[in-house]
Design a protein. Structure first.
Length: 482
């Protein structure tokens, strides 16, 4: 994607909020600094009436200071591209005023009627914002109109269906961009290149060669300031249903007919349809207790501010599922996510089958592990293929070593996920966004587990989760913990 997108307005509902200040505005400013934004004017929209263009530009500039942008980049972005419009109480008159302001900006700056509405709002506010836009005709224009929705896309199957129904009442699917920031990570995008541009790996990417697959998203932080949101949501909804399941579909999908959004989404949906009902006995939940992280004592989940002492919200989930199709039948997929684990790490581990006969065991070589490919998404993006080599000299010994590639060693500037995704929205590319059918098929898998949560096991902060979950992992733990 080398050309700048066409001229447009980018309207952020919740334009003074945390997500806008930390992620969206810095991403847009960096695109402008790199001359990738084109003539895109940004309009912050919020309920407050205490801002005008100038005061909002000062707020944006302060956010860009925190994000580390240069004074030159801050001044150029704020002075040229940033505007503010209150939405007041969200009445029809307020939306009429918003429409009038957008048309005035388009006339003033010679812009076509191309508009992106980004709902950086709590999910409960989505329906009202969509209805308000539609009532005054802002759901369509003489150019294009796009709607960006932040996760969570519902909290179970029923609410996801309801949200899709409300969204489709006002916007067509081709207008809707459901954003999952994990899909904007360069290593996630490179999964498709890694698989389908390298015949050596794609030929091994099946039940004949792969023994198991494990996807891990581990966090060393606790619930922090998110207690109000997180308690009652838990790891299953916060991580597994969206981020991890999206990674699963990219790992397991068949080759698409072409590299476009519809073809890729079609193959991802096929994966979700092929997953067998998850056996509750293959699901372990946990909740972190006190312990140590990086040598410092930390409190348990129940002692966190804003968490009740009787909370049964899980902060850890591990599960095993199977994909009942020709490529993956019989291969266990392990999904794992938790807070207050030993280190922050997001990885995909593909464990290959062992050799049928070990020629070297009689010589005293210890070959207790199989070859494993580890794809690291964060914090240090890259790939590592772990395999055995002979140690020089006597006695006869082997050692497991990684053949690795680190993005940071070769590429100086890896764009943040939101920067990639916002550029895709402005360019009309839905490849890295979630389709309505993906949302519903994903919730269909996990809703039965949420309705019957089972036992919550305590685990020590700084560990890798409850002992009861150790069997739901590739046993070569020394590989995926490095």
């Amino acid at each position: 994607m080398s050309q700048a997108p066409p001229p447009s307005l980018f309207i952020i509902f919740g334009g003074t909020g945390d997500l806008a200040r930390r992620k969206l505005l810095p991403a847009l400013a960096r695109l402008a600094e790199a001359d990738r934004l084109g003539r895109c004017h940004v309009v912050g929209v919020a309920r407050g009436t205490d801002h005008d263009d100038e005061s909002y530009r000062r707020l944006v500039s302060a956010a860009l200071v925190e994000a580390g942008l240069s004074e030159k980049a801050r001044n150029a972005f704020c002075a040229s591209w940033v505007h503010y419009q209150t939405i007041g109480e969200g009445t029809e008159a307020d939306y009429e005023a918003l429409g009038a302001r957008l048309r005035a900006l388009e006339a003033e700056h010679g812009l076509p009627s191309n508009r992106t509405f980004y709902l950086s709002l709590p999910p409960k506010a989505f329906p009202g914002a969509m209805e308000g836009l539609a009532k005054v005709g802002l759901d369509e224009s003489d150019g294009w109109t796009r709607l960006v929705i932040e996760k969570p896309f519902g909290k179970d199957l029923a609410s996801a269906r309801e949200l899709n129904e409300v969204t489709h009442r006002y916007f067509r699917e081709e207008q809707i961009y459901r954003i999952d920031h994990y899909l904007g990570k360069e290593t996630v995008q490179n999964l498709l290149v890694f698989r389908f541009a390298n015949a050596i790996f794609e030929s091994m990417w099946n039940r004949e060669r792969v023994q198991s697959v494990m996807i891990t998203v581990a966090e060393s932080l606790g619930v922090g300031t998110r207690a109000g949101y997180y308690d009652g949501i838990g790891a299953m909804r916060d991580m597994v249903q969206n981020h991890i399941t999206q990674l699963l579909t990219l790992v397991a999908m068949e080759p698409p007919s072409s590299f476009d959004a519809d073809a890729i989404r079609y193959e991802k949906i096929k994966v979700l349809k092929s997953i067998s009902a998850i056996d509750p006995s293959n699901v372990i939940r946990g909740q972190y207790d006190h312990g140590q992280i990086d040598g410092e004592d930390v409190i348990g989940y129940l002692e966190e501010a804003g968490i009740g002492g009787s909370s049964t919200t899980e902060t850890f989930v591990a599960m095993q599922l199977e994909i009942d199709n020709w490529r993956w039948k019989g291969v266990p997929f392990y999904l794992r996510s938790g807070k207050r684990l030993a280190k922050r790490s997001s990885q995909i581990a593909v464990q290959f089958r062992d050799v049928p006969v070990s020629l070297f065991r009689a010589m005293g070589a210890k070959l207790d592990t199989t070859d494993v490919l580890i794809i690291t998404l964060q914090p240090n993006e890259g790939f590592a293929l772990h395999f055995d080599v002979k140690v020089p000299g006597d006695p006869f010994r082997t050692r497991r070593i990684p053949l690795s590639f680190d993005y940071g060693d070769l590429f100086d500037d890896i764009p943040p996920a939101y920067q990639t995704l916002l550029l895709n929205v402005l360019s009309g590319d839905q490849t890295l966004f979630v389709h309505a059918d993906e949302v519903e098929h994903s919730w269909r898998l996990y809703t039965p587990l949420l309705e019957n949560p089972g036992i919550i096991h305590r685990y020590r902060s700084g560990s890798w989760g409850p002992r009861e979950a150790e069997h739901l992992a590739i046993p070569e733990r020394e590989l995926w913990q490095v």
